[in-house]
Write a protein that binds this ligand. Structure first.
Ligand SMILES: Cc1ncc(COP(=O)(O)O)c(C=O)c1O
Length: 400
């Protein structure tokens, strides 16, 4: 069995990395949701061999590599019996959100989502002349809860045609339970709303909880839904622009396929190969990665709640993202973003980029070697302690 070294620190500067290119060298980037880990060794070996071949003309996947590999992963990891012919290639789940909005809704229609949310959920409707409707998650006793009455009132709107579901949920790290998925599905069936379920974070689930693909729950839900997956998050392959959209519903799938073909969203042989090798040969990597990430999250949650004044955080049920409640610092959002960048020297995502519910929050990406995570936390602690010492007085009221 290969042992992957998740403690290994790899310098990503100078590799066209969005995460590492955006800020000066003294700022530690903990924002964009990719990991800082090398991808699995079998993927690297397969890519090297393909690169050595040296010819990169147009690609055609005669063997259905992505389709078969997706079916294999869904069956072996989630017990969902996906047939390869249910899978349509998509160069990214972000792309799938946008394609689904244009394929399944008309200009002026409404697209529903649970907020705060990964920003392309609301930019996809906005850029396509549709309206995004937000159903805010509520902070409850047991973590983030769905306001089902509020959700139903949005789904019941005559122009609501599509629910963009995010499970596991970015940025809160919520994992929807079977009960929540079924209730959400019943409401969509009742109000004739289709579902695109973004499950790109499905492999990062902790403890006894299990990820349940929305479409796997019943034939009725399968008939109204498509599921978007990508090994990009799990195996750190986002640069290779792959993805798969799964639906057992022939009309939905073919409509989706037509939209992808129409936009000429093609595949690359490097992406195909990485996708296939990751999903068929690299389960060992995930089995080692998930406990490592859980260790990172445990370490960060304890550190923040015990040592950092003004910030609190709950343990996510899934994903490698921490949704930091920074309202205790009493800073406006603009100042909060500046505070992390200029005083703590760490780059986080502003909570407001995930919608108005993110006011006073910041998102921290913990998918990095533990030593790097500790360095980031120490920087935040130093800045927050200095800030608390300077301020002395209770924080002023929060404003945007
Ligand atoms: C919820 C969610 N969906 C989609 C994406 C983007 O996925 P892809 O790289 O497949 O476009 C991300 C990346 O951060 C994400 O968090």
């Amino acid at each position: 069995m290969i042992q992957h070294d998740f403690d290994e620190i790899t310098d990503r500067r100078g590799t066209d990395s969005e995460k590492w290119n955006n800020y000066p060298p003294d700022v530690l980037p903990m924002w964009v949701a990719d990991s800082d880990f090398k991808c699995p060794a079998p993927v690297i070996e397969a890519l090297l061999e393909r690169v050595r071949h040296g010819v990169f003309g147009y690609c055609k996947d005669d063997l259905g590599k992505i389709e078969k590999a997706s079916a294999h992963w869904m069956r072996t990891r989630f017990g969902w019996d996906v047939r390869p012919e249910w899978v349509v290639f998509s160069p990214g789940v972000g792309t799938a959100l946008s394609v689904a909005v244009s394929a399944f809704t008309n200009p002026g229609d409404y697209v529903v989502m649970m907020t705060p949310i990964y920003p392309p959920f609301f930019t996809a409707p906005a850029f396509n002349g549709r309206k995004a409707l937000s159903s805010p998650l509520q902070a409850g006793k047991n973590g983030w809860e769905i306001d089902f009455d509020g959700l139903e009132s949005l789904l019941a709107e005559a122009r609501s045609k599509l629910l963009l579901l995010c499970n596991p949920h970015n940025p809160t790290g919520k994992l929807l339970s079977e009960g929540e998925l079924l209730r959400t599905g019943e409401l969509c069936l009742k109000h004739h709303v289709l579902v695109l379920s973004d499950e790109v974070h499905c492999d990062y689930v902790f403890g006894d909880r299990k990820h349940i693909p929305f479409s796997s729950l019943s034939p009725e839900l399968a008939d109204i839904s498509l599921t978007a997956i990508n090994p990009s998050k799990t195996f750190n392959l986002a640069d290779l622009r792959t993805g798969g959209v799964i639906s057992s519903s022939t009309p939905l799938r073919e409509r989706y396929r037509t939209a992808v073909t129409n936009a000429k969203l093609g595949r690359s042989s490097l992406g195909l190969l990485a996708y296939e090798v990751a999903y068929t040969q690299c389960a060992y990597y995930v089995d080692q990665l998930v406990p490592y990430i859980k260790g990172n999250l445990d370490c960060a949650v304890d550190y923040i709640n015990e040592r950092i004044p003004g910030i609190s955080v709950g343990m996510p049920e899934a994903t490698y993202l921490l949704w930091l409640d920074c309202r205790g610092l009493g800073l406006s959002q603009k100042r909060l973003v500046e505070f992390f960048l200029r005083e703590a020297k760490v780059a986080l995502n502003s909570g407001l980029s995930f919608g108005p519910e993110g006011l006073g929050f910041m998102r921290l990406n913990a998918a990095c070697p533990r030593a790097v995570l500790r360095e980031g936390l120490a920087r935040i602690e130093r800045a927050c302690r200095a800030f608390a010492d300077k301020r002395g007085a209770p924080p002023p009221a929060l404003k945007a």
